[in-house]
Design a protein around this ligand. Structure first.
Ligand code: ATP
Length: 366
């Protein structure tokens, strides 16, 4: 079931929480709504659900206008951050609840409800806990039961609001993987809200980045990360190293730092070069195209890469630089805190001061 939003606006009093949102959410995909706190993600989700009304604009499910349809008639499943299970009911009763309160004509026979509940419990891999009460479950187990309860109603659309927000990092990671696998098996259309960049990029087929009630960019995780269309998306999706300076005769310089632009860059003036940590190499001497002296401030060895935090020598940056190197390279080079080294960009993104879209630069020959 595809979802389309056309020109949706929402005010709370004087405050405009959503500004002319138009968005197509394709059938069968897992779409992440990502943005900082207060950017309007939950409001948008609640408008899709019918829990909140839009002032202008339309909401279409599979081409059908549902703007005026009540939440009950939209056939949407929800999972919220706080599990909202019924405390006085067992796991099985919680999952069966939605089916049991259906009007008699629509309600499946009791044996059929029992069979469906057993299937759902199997699917969320918690068959052995059917007679427990919510208080006897872990946070991750409660969240899986909440999902089974939502799926019991066979929704064509599933909406999840920070579903893993209250869980610790390890459980979050496991549940993410599990939700992705479940989604691939069942192919419902899901929209989930998160403010966690890693979660959005790892879990979603498409990510909608929001800021201050507007959509900044929509795209697949890889495209968003590699080709951000604005400074906001650039800054929001992970660390960025910035050299701000003046570009003249194809050289961007500030203090002791300079970078020679690749062929074909003919603009001039105040510019900023944005570099992701993996787009930069470190070495003991400057390269022909870049002189970016840095001092190693800290070294973090935990993880797949060694992360170095560096500060500029003889030039300024608002934030420290971060560069990742492989453990093999780290062991060969053996850098120490306080050492001086030079950053060498392979790929970069150039913003004019007034410019919102960057120009991608590549110093590596094909
Ligand atoms: P978070 O990640 O913190 O949950 P969000 O991106 O989901 O944030 P929303 O909950 O959609 O943001 O809120 C968007 C803005 O609208 C916020 O500034 C919020 O204070 C405001 N807002 C939301 N609901 C209401 C309400 N019922 N009354 C007044 N203002 C509201």
């Amino acid at each position: 079931m595809s979802i389309s939003l056309e020109g949706v606006n929402k005010h709370f009093g004087q405050f405009q929480a959503l500004k002319d949102i138009s968005l197509d959410i394709p059938d069968g995909q897992l779409t992440g709504l990502l943005g900082p706190s207060g950017s309007g993600k939950t409001t948008l989700l609640r408008i899709i659900a019918g829990l909140e009304s839009a002032e202008h604009g339309r909401i279409l499910f599979h081409g059908k206008d549902v703007t005026r349809l009540h939440v009950r008639e939209r056939r949407v499943g929800f999972v919220f951050q706080h599990y909202a299970l019924f405390r006085h009911m067992t796991v099985a009763q919680n999952i069966a609840f939605g089916l049991e309160v259906l009007p008699r004509a629509q309600r499946p026979p009791a044996a059929e409800i029992r069979r469906q509940v057993a299937d759902l419990l199997e699917m969320v891999q918690l068959g052995h806990l059917s007679s427990r009460y919510p208080a006897q479950l872990s946070g991750g187990q409660k969240q899986r039961i909440a999902l089974a309860r939502a799926l019991a109603m066979k929704p064509e659309i599933l909406l999840l609001d920070e579903p893993f927000g209250a869980l610790d990092a390890k459980v979050r990671k496991d549940l993410r993987r599990w939700l992705r696998a479940l989604h691939d098996e069942l192919h419902f259309t899901s929209v989930f809200v998160t403010h966690d960049q890693e979660e959005a990029l790892e879990l979603s087929d498409r990510v909608v980045v929001m800021s201050a009630g507007k959509i900044e960019q929509v795209g697949g995780p890889q495209a968003l990360y590699a080709e951000p269309e604005s400074r906001f998306v650039f800054d929001f999706l992970g660390h960025v190293n910035v050299l701000g300076g003046s570009l003249e005769q194809q050289r961007l310089s500030q203090g002791d730092a300079w970078v020679q632009m690749p062929e074909g860059v003919d603009c001039a003036g105040e510019m900023q070069l944005y570099l992701r940590p993996h787009e930069v190499r470190l070495q003991n001497c400057p390269a022909l195209h870049a002189h970016l002296p840095l001092r190693i401030e800290s070294i973090s060895l935990i993880g797949a890469e060694v992360r170095l935090e560096l500060t500029p020598c003889g030039w300024d940056a608002q934030e420290p630089w971060e560069v990742g190197i492989s453990h093999v390279e780290f062991n060969r080079w053996q850098p120490q805190r306080g050492d001086r080294c030079y950053a060498v960009p392979d790929v970069g993104h150039l913003f004019g001061i007034e410019q919102t879209r960057p120009r991608t630069l590549n110093w590596v020959e094909d």
